[in-house]
Design a protein around this ligand. Structure first.
Ligand SMILES: Nc1ncnc2c1ncn2[C@@H]1O[C@H](COP(=O)(O)OP(=O)(O)O)[C@@H](O)[C@H]1O
Ligand SMILES: [Mg+2]
Length: 260
C-alpha cells in the first residue's frame, strides 16, 4: 500500500536546487536507506517527508494514518532526575499524572502524621483506590509490563530501569531513546545516522529492534553493514538533484553503481 508519494517534486533554497522533479513512492513496510554525498539533500528529506516544509514545486501526498517517529539524540535536561522507567513511560500524560498521584499517596500513607490519624488514612485510602482504578482502566499496569519488556530487550537490567537517567552512559541514553521510539504508536520511523556513537552491543539491539518493528523505516546512514542488514531499497540522491532507486541492500546498490 502506498504510504507516501512524491510527484514531480522540486525543492530549492533561494534558487539553489536540491531536488529536481523527483518522483518517489514509499510503500507500507519498506525499509529504505537514503544515501548521498554531504549537501546532497538527505536532511532536506527529513523536513519534506513529514510536511515540516513544502516543496518548491510538485506534490507530496501522505496516507492519512501516517504517524512519523524520530530517534532524537538529545534528552531534555529537565528529565535528568527522572528514572529510565519514568522517562520511557511518559507516552501518556494521563498515566504519568496518575502514576505521580499514586506515588504521592503512598508517601502520605507511610507518613507517621497520617498513620496516627484514622480519618486522614481513610481519605487517602479512598483516593488511592480511585486512582488505582483509573490507572488500571487507562492501561497503566499493562504499560508498565510492556515498558519493562522493551527495556529488558534493550539490555537494561532491572536495577538500571529505576536509575535516574543522569547516571547513564552515552550508549545507554541512545538505547533509552530507542525504547521511547519503540513504545510510541509511530508507524513510520525516520532515522538519521542511528548507529552513530553506539557501541557494538547497542548497534545489535538497535538492529534487532528495527527488525521487529512492523512499520516503515527510512534511514540515512553511512554505516554500510547496518544498511546491508536492514534495508530492502536504496534511494540515492545525486549532486544534480535527481534520485535513483535501487531495489536491494547496500551491496546491491554498490555493485550496480560499479557496473554502471
Ligand atoms: N534552510 C536552508 N537554507 C538554505 N540552504 C539550505 C537549507 N537547508 C539545506 N540547505 C542546502 O541544501 C543542500 C542540501 O542540504 P542537506 O539536505 O542538509 O544535505 P545532506 O543532509 O545530504 O548533507 C545543501 O547545499 C545545503 O547547504
Ligand atoms: Mg544532513
Amino acid at each position: 500500500m502506498l504510504l507516501v508519494n512524491f510527484s514531480n517534486v522540486s525543492k530549492d533554497y533561494a534558487g539553489n536546487p536540491v531536488f529536481d522533479e523527483i518522483d518517489l513512492e514509499i510503500l507500507e513496510g519498506e525499509r529504505i536507506g537514503l544515501v548521498g554525498e554531504n549537501g546532497s539533500g538527505k536532511s532536506t528529506q527529513y523536513i519534506l517527508l513529514p510536511g515540516l516544509d513544502t516543496p518548491t514545486e510538485g506534490v507530496i501526498s501522505r496516507r492519512r494514518n501516517l504517524t512519523i517517529g524520530y530517534l532524537s539524540q538529545e534528552i531534555d535536561p529537565l528529565q535528568h532526575t527522572k528514572t529510565v522507567f519514568e522517562v520511557v513511560s511518559e507516552r501518556s500524560a494521563e498515566l504519568s499524572t496518575l502514576s505521580a498521584t499514586l506515588h504521592q499517596l503512598e508517601a502520605q500513607m507511610a507518613d507517621p502524621d497520617t498513620t496516627s490519624d484514622p480519618g486522614a488514612m481513610d481519605n487517602i485510602l479512598q483516593a488511592y483506590g480511585k486512582a488505582q482504578e483509573r490507572f488500571e482502566a487507562a492501561g497503566g499496569y499493562t504499560l508498565a509490563h510492556e515498558v519493562e519488556t522493551v527495556l529488558h530487550g534493550l539490555l537494561f537490567s532491572y536495577q538500571d530501569i529505576y536509575t535516574p537517567i543522569r547516571h547513564l552512559s552515552g550508549g545507554e541514553k541512545s538505547r533509552l531513546q530507542l525504547a521511547r521510539l519503540m513504545l510510541t504508536d509511530a508507524n513510520f520511523l525516520l532515522l538519521d545516522e542511528p548507529t552513530n556513537n553506539l557501541d557494538i552491543p547497542s548497534i545489535e539491539v538497535l538492529e534487532a529492534a528495527l527488525q521487529e518493528f512492523e512499520g516503515t523505516i527510512l534511514t540515512v546512514s553511512h554505516d554500510r553493514y547496518f544498511l546491508d542488514k536492514l534495508v530492502t531499497k536504496i534511494v540515492a540522491i545525486d549532486d544534480d538533484g535527481r534520485i535513483e532507486v535501487y531495489p536491494g541492500n547496500f551491496l546491491y546498490y554498490a555493485e550496480k553503481r560499479k557496473a554502471a
